[in-house]
Ligand binder design. Structure first.
Ligand code: GDP
Length: 138
């Protein structure tokens, strides 16, 4: 069964959107097989967003993602990687359609509420980065 990594970012947690977002994921039928509220360390943030290291927004991105607790989870379900991306909406909330999480809950690209792995390789890498095998419950 396919798995992906999802994370409610510090803005989503701060604004009290955790329940609403998890509700959507459960309503869709995805199974949460691991879940934790945590503070991301600077090193973990740099590794997680490593592909953006050379981009001008890298430093603010790392500062933002380490600015408060996040809710990290692993979701399981058929086609969950692509389906979660659809439910999240475009990276820039200005382009995200109503009905998507970013379309409904976010206004700026810097604080866009949720992260979801982009593809299978990223999902595998990010799950291993955030969770140990004993943290999974089925
Ligand atoms: P995602 O997979 O949709 O989250 O998008 P990316 O992996 O490409 O980027 C990671 C995060 O970096 C995004 O969610 C944004 O918060 C941020 N980001 C991406 N592109 C830009 C940009 O052009 N400007 C700024 N300020 N932030 C960006």
């Amino acid at each position: 069964m396919e798995r992906t990594f999802a994370m409610i970012k510090p803005d989503g947690v701060r604004r009290g959107l955790t329940g609403k977002i998890i509700q959507r994921l459960e309503d869709k039928g995805f199974k949460i097989v691991a879940l934790k509220k945590m503070r991301i360390s600077f090193d973990l943030a740099e590794e997680h967003y490593g592909e953006h290291k050379e981009k001008p927004f890298f430093k603010p991105l790392v500062e933002f993602i380490t600015s408060g607790p996040v809710v990290a989870m692993v979701l399981e379900g058929p086609g969950v990687i692509a389906e979660l991306r659809k439910m999240m909406g475009a990276t820039n909330p200005a382009d995200a359609l109503p009905g998507t999480i970013r379309g409904d809950f976010a206004t700026t690209i810097d604080e866009n509420v949720i992260h979801g792995s982009a593809n299978e390789a990223d999902a595998e890498r990010e799950i291993a980065l955030f969770f140990r095998p004993e943290e999974f419950v089925s």
